[in-house]
Design a binder for this molecule. Sequence first.
Ligand code: NAD
Length: 346
Amino acid sequence: MVVKVAINGYGTIGKRVAHAVTLQDDMEVVGVTKTRPTYQAQMAIDKGFPFYAAAKEHVAGFKEAGFEVEGTLEDLLDVAEVVVDCTPGKKAINNVKMYNDHKVRIILQGGEAHETAGLSFNALANYEKCLGAESVRVVSCNTTGLCRTLYPIYNEKKEENEKKIGIKNVLATMVRRSADPGDSKKGPINAITPVLKIPSHHGPDVQTVIPDLNIQTLAVAVPTTIMHLHCVAVEMKRPVPAEDIIALWEKTPRVRFVKGSEGIKSTAEIMEYARDLNRDMSDMYEIIVWRDGVNTKENMLYYYQAVHQESDVVPENVDAIRAMFELEDDNMKSIAKTDRAMGIGK
Ligand code: NAD
């Protein structure tokens, strides 16, 4: 079976999900939408994606600029089996009725509320729960990052007579990029802005995927565009040496180690590393953990991780499609298939 995928909103996330879908053998892009005749719209056409206007009112703008459109989003929904809504945050809720009327399955992104989809998704933590689902939300870049490193500790699989690690409590501080690299409108450009609502939304968001995890989060926005950085303190259920945690993450897909001692001292060197790896769009899909920044003291684990906000959720969208259409029942097999196709982990 090859699942027919529509991408509504060919922006930062949408263009990456579209590309990732083209790399898989069990799904295909049947069309993408834009609202305006920008260079990104031209790029979508040049890449050969069937191109649609996001709504009727946008058709004239495309025609005036000489762009050919196949129709509108509603026409695209007639040929799609699932729509990945990658419109800017909090807009997708207005599209849900239309999606339901066209009987397409729905994938929303982290900018939407959990309740809009009813199910939030992370391939490592709750793939099985989303098997056959009509509608899921792929959680945000930060939430994805926290799930990837916390879930293996929370749910460490052991032989029956061995004691699991488990988590009593987490305190994580998100040092957030203030805008994506292509976005010149947002700030701050010379300030550090704390999120005064405590806990920040990230902790409750992790609980939409791992409901029993006790987690508190704080967040500050800083003047950078390239990555988020998390400072994480975990109270574990028993003392564990740092080497055991590192060994656990080494077995975890989409978690990658770097070392400060080898010259990767900041997010800047991580993005340079992604370029050196010749990744598509220089993306770093894995969550990056500084190996020499992992430490434990009795029951406490401390670590830093970096999140490439534009790309870590992209393979998750691919796995979400696979879970919803039950193309693969086992999450680790889906993750491995997606990662092989996208060159993740290499
Ligand atoms: P974006 O602004 O880069 O792209 C949005 C796209 O949607 C643009 O192509 C725009 O032309 C189009 N669009 C705007 N209004 C539309 C409408 N009414 N109908 C159809 N298309 C419309 O946004 P993004 O950063 O890709 O974010 C998309 C979603 O992904 C949001 O929910 C966001 O919270 C989430 N997300 C973003 C990031 C990130 O760092 N950029 C990371 C993870 C999740």
